[in-house]
Design a protein around this ligand. Structure first.
Ligand SMILES: CN1CCN(Cc2ccc(Cn3ccc4ccc(-c5n[nH]c(N)c5C#N)cc43)cc2)CC1
Length: 245
């Protein structure tokens, strides 16, 4: 997978080259190119923002700079080849979900536009949508200062789903949300730590009992922390034992 990121703060994306993602890049599983938006300014101040039409606080990112940047970064899409998907993080975006991470993992190329200030002139998104799929997404109901942190989160969520990136593919298969529930508590050695023992069932070797215990803890945690996920489960998702909990 090829990933391009356009931002006025390239250094914000440095963590993409660390650890697991860094190894995936070194292994050639993904390529990441980070582009400084100011490359496409033509004035001495390298201005990327201007006052909002209609008034209001803050500044809006200028369409001319973004238009030239996306034209250059996306480039000419060879005929017959699918254009990349453009992902624009924004507080007003569609909630980013694990299901979307799987959709994006199936793409051969993703381009990310990192806004700052009050966001990017809407005409940039509208123009881009005439020649490539565009998703305006949000990583959560809280307010950040720009799109870079969201790109780090989205790229990590997508890259870990790519074959060969995770050492243990089973981890991705047993993700939280993969069965619609939050995962339950996890334990490792020592058996007792600060007077707290690991639940006996986990040391019993009884795999059926362990699976049941884990399912029960996942259901309890989901009911307590994310009742919306429980309500969204199809009726067939809960068996008799689940309902007895
Ligand atoms: C008067 N009001 C009018 C509404 N604005 C709304 C607003 C507009 C931009 C910004 C800053 N910003 C700029 C680009 C950008 C991209 C993503 C995100 C982002 N935040 N939270 C997420 N989950 C995000 C994601 N993904 C924030 C961004 C903050 C708040 C506030 C002031």
């Amino acid at each position: 997978m090829r990933i391009d990121v356009v931002t006025i703060f390239p250094g914000y994306l440095a963590p993409l080259r660390e650890a697991l993602l860094g190894r995936a890049i070194d292994a050639g599983l993904i390529s990441v190119a980070v582009h400084d938006l100011r490359t496409w300014t033509h004035d001495v101040h390298q201005a990327v923002d201007d006052a909002p039409y209609g008034g209001g606080p803050g500044m809006v990112m200028r369409p001319q700079v973004w238009g030239e940047a996306l034209d250059a970064v996306v480039g000419d899409v060879p005929s017959g080849e699918a254009p990349p998907r453009l992902i624009v993080p924004t507080p007003a975006g569609r909630p980013f979900t694990q299901a979307m991470a799987h959709e994006y993992a199936a793409e051969s190329r993703l381009v990310f536009a990192c806004g700052r200030y009050e966001g990017i002139d809407q005409r940039v998104i509208d123009d881009a949508a005439t020649w490539m799929p565009v998703d305006e997404v949000s990583i959560g109901d809280y307010v950040l200062v720009g799109g870079e942190v969201a790109v780090l989160a989205i790229v990590e969520a997508v890259a870990r789903l790519l074959p060969g990136v995770l050492g243990n593919p089973a981890s991705a298969e047993q993700d939280s949300f993969s069965d619609g529930l939050l995962e339950g508590p996890a334990y490792t050695r020592p058996e007792t730590w600060r007077g707290r023992a690991v639940p006996d069932v986990l040391r019993s070797g009884n795999h059926g009992a362990i699976a049941r215990w884990r399912r029960d803890r996942a259901l309890e945690r989901t009911a307590a922390r994310r009742p919306d996920l429980l309500a969204a489960l199809p009726p067939t998702a809960l068996d008799r034992a689940d309902r007895a909990l």
